[in-house]
Design a protein. Sequence first.
Length: 177
Amino acid sequence: MDTIRIGIITSSDRASKGEYEDRSGPAIKKYWSERLQNKIEWVEQVIPDEQEMLEKTIISMCDESGCSLICTTGGTGPAKRDVTPEATESVCEKMLPGFGESMRKVSLQYVPTAILSRQTAGIRGNSLIINLPGKPKAIAECLDGVLGAIPYCIDLIEGPRMEFEPEYGKAFRPGEK
């Protein structure tokens, strides 16, 4: 079975300064560890909410570290320092707006403020980048809303074949039974 390299970028001024513990990055790691059969290699960064730094970190994880999947957490709201979607759009070759639409739809079942989220996803080379909210509970809810599309997307960009643990079902791939 293929090994997959997953990048996790926590965008938080306070967590990057050590003012509080990053709980979002570990929530992403736990989510994928539970769901994937693949061996996972992790590349993790906690950085401030600064667009240039976010762009450089995403580019490095894609182009140098070879991450097939990068999950960002934080910086997707309407506040002035929330610049994760802008950084993602700046470095991607293709945007996948359906990811953000699906994640907001799921989140609206739990909180009316989900419409304030600007989550998105895009492709850079052989990497899928997905922007996630900063709350650990919301991370799992949002990823559950797009989980079915991720393995096939990574197949299409020539990444490793992702396989789920049996309790999470079989990864959807058109034409496969």
